[in-house]
Write a protein that binds this ligand. Sequence first.
Ligand code: SF4
Length: 323
Amino acid sequence: MQDRDFIRDKTNDVLDGSAVTPQEAERLLFTNELLTLAECANTITRDYNANKVDVETLLNAKSGSCPESCSFCAQSSFYDSKINTYPLLATEVVLQRAQAAKEGGASSFCLVCAYRAPPEKDFQQICETIAEITEKVGIDVNVSLGFMTPLRARKLKSLGVKRYNHNLEAAESYFSKICKTHDFADRMKTAQIVKDAGLELCCGGIIGMGETPQQRIELGFSIASLRPEEVPVNILVAQQGTPLAQVSQISEDDVIRLIAVWRFIMPTTILKIGGGRELHLKDKGRLALKAGANGLITGGYLTVGGDSPHKDLRMIHEIGLHT
Ligand code: SF4
């Protein structure tokens, strides 16, 4: 069967509720018919998720000095990456940022902290901050605090946290190359604790870290097995001082391909273009939202800046989508 017919065939299968297999996903990933692939991923997105784009703002509420060795991360204490590090931000500061996110048009606000897991004192302060945001700002609160226990996950649920972010980061077969202080199973375990507590799960990964295209497919299927409500696709922004500082850059077309194929693998999820969008996709950020993605992070990331909410909202409306 010709590639174009194969892609259309698989699109119809996904629209009928069937899953693609890893072998089929691989054939989709290697197709020369990139425009057909993108168009079909868009058809699946519109069918399952209509025209809505989920726009999220992040706040790095505790930066750097993380005891983990993730080799892509400028916040790891293992590397000399010269980022601005600071302890947990005061509740009033976080409240102001949540308010600004809401006024800027974001539908959710994600409070991110660089920990293996927060010390108890910080966890209590974070809980108080979440309660204040829920009461005074009225925006969906998501958090990302590292490894979770069932007790802490239930506490976050009771405070009204909507979604917990915990990325798998890399394929299981590549994970030991990017981190020595914890393993893939540790990440799967926290993701499962989050689900068991009744929180929505945001779980994605990073591409362009030197993995093979097949490992990107492998990662997609591992993420899909957790049935996350949201999946961020981050594209490595090589940070000076980290072991991945010199890794060669992934092409724009390969990013679009991957987003489209992950849409075939996970037809109903919010597939969000995360860190690296502005650097790697440039104007193809628009294409990504017509090739399977239906979410983006606006206003910057944890250690690098990004496009303003105003610019992103205008782009979303210009391509006929809405927030
Ligand atoms: S990715 Fe998370 S766990 Fe890993 S070093 Fe960075 S902040 Fe720490």
